[in-house]
Ligand binder design. Sequence first.
Ligand code: SF4
Ligand code: SF4
Length: 367
Amino acid sequence: MEAGFLPRAGFQALLDTLHRAGYRCVGPQVRDGAIVYDTLDKAGALPQGARDRQSPGQYRLEKTASPRYFSWANGPQALKPFLFTPREAMWRAERDVHGAIRFSEIRPAAEMLAVIGARACDLAALRLQDRHFLQGRFADPYYAARRKNIFLVAVHCTHPADTCFCASTGDGPRATQDFDIALSELDDGYLVQTGSDKGSAITAQLPLVPATDAQRRDSGQEVQEAARRQTRGLPSRNLRDVLFANLEHPRWENVAERCLSCGNCTSVCPTCFCHSETDETALDDHQSRHVRQWDSCFTQGHSYIHGMTIRADTRTRYRQWLSHKLGSWHDQYGRSGCVGCGRCIAWCPVGIDITEEAREICGGSDD
Ligand code: SF4
Ligand code: SF4
């Protein structure tokens, strides 16, 4: 629901209102040549005028004269690290003086967190992670505690990178659901939409003015143009059958000759959820912590079972990643595991492009 127009000078009021409501705000900021999320207290820390240039294996920022805070596509992070944290202790075991072992849960801190600048593709990935972590037979209490307390300020994307293809997966560039507030950025400010009661409570305290028809028209056109500019794409059909019918396709060997099995693609992917769990023993030998951390289907250890590694070579690891992401996700979650953010293309050190590999193995667009 449209709430009004927030002049850019009023952006600080959004942060201040969220702070007063008890949230720590995190927002996009330039760190080490990339746009990443960090604690955001002042609107002046946002990446005003920054543009990202992304291509296979390349991510570069440049400064423009644009007054906009969000005239870029995305950085290496999505919402994933805030909810499915890269590393966390889940329980501890302690041995008392009589030798009895006691287990105790380590409960996650449930911080109230407001994320500023979520993209439509990242909200689509969030829905997939919700399916995985919350809607299966066993809800993950660690993810659930953080999910309950997150406040999402989406910004519709108007500056897709060359690597983006969310229009072809149906996940962007306009955010349509799962936000508390959504912003359409124009040169002089923001059209503000609310998506929840929590969002309405915040926007009611902002210095909004009525939006004009010209602002509505311009914001709609910018998002449409962002979709039109995307040149990459994945076929919209379910690729499961064609992928599984091509498990011996020569392209798997071809991609294995380029792939380093580094796992970057799975780290930056907002939907990947593989993890490993280990027990870390304290030096006194009386305590241990059970720790979960992100893992990747590209590591040798990930498919180690019963004394052997199931996927011992890069060919079978890349095949596993692609055929799960674009194939068997349909069986598990009713859709593909790719939301078209393009991160795996830009952050792959050798520039492997998921859309190109899928095309080579599965054929053209929608045939
Ligand atoms: S597979 Fe690549 S393009 Fe698709 S959601 Fe993951 S990182 Fe983004
Ligand atoms: S596809 Fe690229 S990012 Fe992924 S494991 Fe291979 S080299 Fe690394």
